[in-house]
Design a protein. Structure first.
Lengths: 132, 132
DNA sequence: TTTTACGTTGACGTTAACGTCAACGTAAGT
DNA sequence: ACTTACGTTGACGTTAACGTCAACGTAAAA
């Protein structure tokens, strides 16, 4: 198997972002592609990292937060204190996710309510206009 | 019943934000408190608006997006086209909420996996140290 | 009356997350 | 050799969402 890789514009195209953005993520320490001379070569795992970044963005996370999250995924440098700290971080993340779930549920209820009022208003208009 | 209201610092205190932020939301057209002379007086519904803004923020919405959303909640100026457009907007929101739900689920799976690896690593260390 | 607490309106500063050039290298096609 | 396509590194510009003064008004408390 020949170590498959991607160019920067391939990834940019696939994810609908600019190459500038991708380089920016690298500046911020979120990705570290290999170099073939000057050019960047992105591995499959680099691509996954990009996915994670974008998922984070969709949930309103900052790049710093996403980097933290991504760093959790790799090996973990053994130390017991580090591991316990990592577990704490995980719990913290879980907590914010839970709150987001509640917020989404609330927003869905609100939208549903507006939707119904909206449909009723349309119903009313339909009846009114059929009276003419 | 005496129209109960809040001062700017009361709301700031309650929601853990600054008065500056609240005035900024007003500048951006998200709230419109009454005035008693110079001073702002926030009604219960102004307070609700603030809550909605903050919920939006927790989900990564911009202030402009939150204003759009909040504007959906009030009367709705009758027009049929407007109402249909509103329904479209609602559907669009719902779609992004659904994607967020998927993203959260994915992130929870990831976190769970890291948590387990982390706990296994701790287990291993425990056994190792008990060998001494 | 003077401090203290709270409010007001500018105006400028700041951070995040890029966009937008400029100026250049490289490799392939014609 | 020349263009075309793609890549690179700065450097500066921009927008959102406030923070941080400054300079001032007002009303109650000491």
């Amino acid at each position: 198997m020949t170590e498959q890789h991607f160019t920067i514009s391939e990834l940019a195209g696939e994810f609908g972002i600019t190459t500038r953005a991708i380089r920016f993520y690298e500046e911020k320490g979120l990705i570290n592609p290999r170099r073939a001379g000057q050019q960047r070569h992105y591995s499959a795992s680099d691509r996954v990292r990009l996915k994670l970044i974008l998922r984070g963005k969709r949930l309103g996370f900052t790049l710093d937060e996403s980097r933290d999250l991504i760093e959790m995924y790799d090996p973990g440098h053994g130390n017991v204190e580090q591991l316990n700290l990592l577990l704490k971080k995980i719990d913290a993340r879980e907590a914010t996710l839970q709150r987001q779930l509640r917020d989404i549920a609330g927003m869905q209820r609100d939208l549903q309510e507006v939707r119904q009022r909206c449909q009723q208003a349309l119903e009313t208009q339909r009846k009114q206009s059929s009276k003419l």
